[in-house]
Design a protein. Structure first.
Lengths: 274, 274
């Protein structure tokens, strides 16, 4: 999917919501546990309920890997289901991979050749040759970690170099030499508020994937005020706030309500800041 | 496995070799492709041939994930095989994971609870709370990326802060507050030569996992001269130089020769520098 196509979806749905499919078998409603693949059944119900209100899905690989082979099957089936039923959705494999060149090539092959997801999250620590193998696939995206939403992000990402440039700023600046805003996005946590201004000074046109609204306490309004650009430029993720909003048999209905609520807030933001 | 137990194995075998099981289905001998699980059959043969000469195995997850569900099965079977046949071997899941707390917990559960590997490689970019969930398992290890062997490591890892501290040095220094040298190791590439001296100034007692000897051009002698400590403190990895030394039906025999050759060099290094 191209940047323009993604923006078209956002305008059409008046939403830049990404639903995080962080599906933990220990947290899904009991009645699904009798099915053959409870994680997949749960995901299908969540996807059917939320698809009208979002433009992207982001399964986090950790949650699938924790179930080993069975988890990988749930993951593959979930991706295939979205692609068949909702081909307009942007699928992000939240994998935070990154390794030496020949190894990153293998990861790229997995996610882009086999699974055909639209984007993969990648960690920047190992530098250019760990990221580039993901960039040889046209219309597939790398979403590079820049400034994450967690407390530990302070340990290294905010370290200033001799010229006062912080590490996340260097990641934003240097990585722009590797690909254009048609293939690269950045992770910037919603808990960052005004720091979005600093991010936008370096990457005015890129899309940002923004986790941390909801359970982690980030403000949607602040993210939009400081982070939105003329192509929207934001994919705001919510995981727990949608998929675990209700642990009863009505979970899908409640997920729909929560997704719709966010979509309505997003429509207002688009009217205000786009 | 404790640090002391690992050191005992090193002394017993006069080796600190780690064999990297980066098994690519496109590179394994043709005659194995007719078997039900060629990757597993290849690994078994390599393990049987090299076990006397090494103290650790390091399957890199990328190579297994690229085969999807089938690859995960090969990975799980390989780990189980080593644990049954060679329980004295230290198993490293080279996964380079790292995510926000609740997600890292899932990864930790996968590798330590389910697979029961001895160690996982973890990326430091997201900081303390992305690493700590791996540290609640006694006698299980985190191997944190510090100074990697690839060219791209120059992009960020060598960036100096205001006090002249380079990022990899900050990672070494700060992360020591998270765990002792009984649970933490660091990845330092063999291509670093004299930089091992700088590493040892900060982490004199820790074990280092050292990739990059062989195909990537690092010198074993230099690594030992500048990096060995009184508990050896080194696990030197070779992947391609051993497992793909020969693509004929004799691949396991050749792998054995290559592993033995490295073990003999390592014995000399232990005599010289320990």
């Amino acid at each position: 999917m191209t940047k323009q196509q993604l923006f078209e979806q956002i305008k059409k749905k008046q939403s830049f919501l990404c639903v995080g499919l962080d599906t933990d078998i220990n947290k899904i409603p009991e009645h699904l546990l009798e099915t053959e693949d409870p994680v997949y059944e749960f995901n299908k119900a969540i996807i059917n309920a939320t698809a009208p209100y979002c433009v992207a899905y982001k399964p986090n690989l950790a949650f699938y890997e924790s179930e080993g082979v069975k988890g990988w099957m749930s993951f593959e089936k979930t991706v295939a289901y979205i692609q068949q039923r909702f081909p307009e959705q942007f699928i992000i494999a939240d994998a935070k991979r990154g390794d030496i060149g020949n190894t990153s090539e293998m990861y790229a092959r997995t996610f882009f050749d086999e699974m055909k997801v639209n984007a993969v999250t990648v960690a920047p620590y190992m530098g250019e040759d760990s990221v580039k193998p993901f960039l040889v696939y046209p219309e597939r995206w790398v979403i590079l970690l820049a400034l994450t939403s967690n407390k530990g992000s302070h340990d290294f990402q905010l370290t200033e170099d001799r010229n006062g440039e912080r590490l996340f700023e260097k990641v934003l600046r240097v990585s722009q030499q590797w690909a254009s805003d048609g293939q690269m996005m950045y992770v910037v946590g919603a808990t960052r508020g005004k720091l979005f201004e600093d991010v936008r000074k370096i990457v005015p046109d890129h899309f940002l994937l923004v986790p941390g609204v909801g359970a982690q306490g980030g403000s949607l309004e602040e993210v939009c005020r400081y982070g939105m650009n003329k192509s929207c430029g934001l994919l705001v993720n919510s995981s727990r706030g949608i998929i675990y909003a209700d642990s009863s048999e009505d979970f899908a209905y409640t997920a729909e309500q929560e997704a719709r609520k966010l979509q309505q807030e997003m429509r207002e933001m688009l009217e205000m800041y786009l």
